[in-house]
Design a protein around this ligand. Structure first.
Ligand SMILES: [Fe+2]
Length: 509
């Protein structure tokens, strides 16, 4: 006789089952994409990359395209019309409380729906991470706060994105693209009270999304969660995969890792592993070569019996030199060309058997408010305006100096050099500031001195321009005119930057 579940548990199981069935139904409409590349329209130039792949006679079965201007996406669709083109989104900060009711968020999803329609993308992958928290802006991703309310919030926001895409986007096969969430990298530290795999388990229990497992990101979880102190890499991966919802993994990424480009000793020093070797302080770096250890991890992932929904396996190569991309993809295609994607045993759920998702339960106001406060604290700790105390920061003591490295080296580098070197962007203004004895390190302090709510779609380069002009207004008002002039030139150049690309791309045969 079967086990009799308490009523509440039965309802939860029924809801969970319907979420799972909805995922399976959406997945059954997505064909196997095979071996691909996750690329950027501009960096490296898409046309040059296509040409180089063509000359070496290596052909990715799909190209996952990072968010770009609609005109550039349209050209990519024309140039690569015989290749599947899923999409890598950006700017939908699903980890953040309050976004579901934000009109700016609805506008951003609407824009993304247009991109997906242009490319006819079967999925939209998005990092489960953000670059904007509680009014503080960052250049690279911060992972979510790994707590239970945060996971529930991500599930709620992800469902919201899927619902909006369902209404606004209809692909050639008649369905809407499936939303995939990618497990983000750790950059020196982690905050929360839950293990990373358990977090994603909670997310998928109430969101019918797929997941992307990035092998390099997984390596950074080993390195910066402190797991390397307790287990070998192989043991860590094995335990992680057994806890992670592998049956929801639709795509796998493999990208480069390297020490931080500042080259500072604190950001590059190796630590002793529990076994024989030393672990370098690598972070996610798409431009860097892919280390061999990631392919060993990939083989372990591919042999996991839970991996039943995989549709694509891609090298993520934005910002990487073209020749290196082609070399790495040729080897990768050779190594994995006979790989079997799991389609045969996948249960196909027909539309009439999908009962429709029960209305999403929203977090109570009190929980949502608590989460907002938690993210506010998280941002202030990350930028050095609060101490890492409390249960959410217990893990960070596993890598005691890692948060310091993030605050003292990584963040200042990001503000002053990454995604636009301030001295190259504002040469005359910087010369005059230096003459007055104003150090640019004060700009980093200014950037994080207070939260500034966002009024438009997120663009780190434009935020940097705006923030620098404000800084000059504060520090040296008499230089402000020059700063504004240089800012205008930068904005004009930035707007025009896409045009030559689109023309070059159109010339590809
Ligand atoms: Fe990735």
């Amino acid at each position: 006789m079967g086990k009799i579940l308490p009523l509440g548990e039965s309802i939860r199981m029924a809801a969970l089952d319907s979420v799972e069935r909805e995922f399976l139904h959406r997945l059954s409409l997505i064909q196997v994409h095979g071996l691909g590349l996750s690329v950027d329209a501009y960096s490296p130039d898409f046309t040059s990359l296509l040409g180089a792949l063509h000359r070496r006679q290596v052909r990715p079965a799909y190209l996952e395209v990072f968010r770009a201007a609609p005109a550039a996406l349209a050209v990519i669709k024309r140039q690569a019309s015989d290749v599947l083109l899923p999409y890598h989104g950006e700017g939908l900060w699903v980890t953040q409380p309050g976004i579901a009711d934000d009109p700016l968020f609805a506008e951003e999803v609407h824009e993304v729906a247009g991109h997906l329609q242009t490319l006819d993308s079967a999925w939209m992958n998005h990092e489960c991470a953000t670059k904007s928290i509680a009014g503080y802006s960052f250049g690279t991703y911060l992972p979510p706060l790994y707590t239970e309310p945060s996971a529930c919030m991500v599930a709620e926001n992800t469902r919201r994105v899927q619902e909006l895409l369902d209404r606004q986007c209809r692909l050639s096969h008649g369905a809407a693209p499936l939303v995939l969430l990618e497990m983000p990298p750790l950059t020196y530290f982690v905050a929360g009270t839950m293990a990373v795999p358990r977090y994603f388990q909670v997310v998928i229990e109430s969101a019918p999304c797929g997941l992307v497992l990035d092998i390099g990101h997984l390596w950074t979880v080993y390195r910066y969660s402190g797991a390397w102190r307790r287990a070998s890499l192989g043991q860590f991966v094995s335990t992680f995969l057994d806890e992670f919802p592998m049956h929801r993994v639709v795509e796998i990424h493999v990208a480069g890792l390297s020490i931080h480009e500042s080259g500072s000793t604190a950001a590059s020093g190796p630590v002793k592993e529990s076994g024989d070797g030393f672990l370098p302080a690598w972070i996610d770096a798409h431009a860097a070569p892919i280390p061999a250890v990631l392919f060993e991890m990939l083989d372990q992932v591919l042999s996991h019996p839970g991996l039943t929904s995989l549709r694509g396996l891609a090298l993520e190569v934005d910002t990487k030199p073209v020749e290196l991309i082609v070399d790495e993809f040729a080897l990768f295609a050779e190594r994995y060309r006979s790989m079997q994607f799991p389609t045969k045993d996948m249960p196909v759920v027909s539309e009439d058997r999908v009962p429709g998702l029960p209305k999403a339960e929203r977090l109570s106001d009190a929980v949502a408010r608590g989460l907002e406060e938690a993210y506010d604290r998280y941002a202030r700790v990350a930028v050095g305006r609060a101490d890492p105390v409390g249960t959410e920061w217990t893990h960070s003591t596993a890598c005691a100096d890692a948060l310091d490295t993030y605050r003292a080296i990584y963040l200042p580098y990001e503000i002053l050099h990454w995604g636009g070197d301030v001295e190259s962007m504002f040469p005359e203004t910087c010369r005059r500031l230096a003459a007055q004895g104003v150090s640019l390190s004060r700009f980093v302090h200014f950037w994080f001195s207070r939260p500034r709510p966002r009024a438009r779609s997120y663009d780190f380069f434009l935020v940097k321009i705006e923030r620098f002009v404000e800084f000059v207004q504060d520090e040296a008002r008499e230089v402000c005119g020059i700063a504004e002039q240089e800012a205008d030139e930068l904005r004009r150049a930035y707007d025009a930057a896409n045009e030559p690309l689109v023309q070059t791309m159109s010339e590809y045969p």
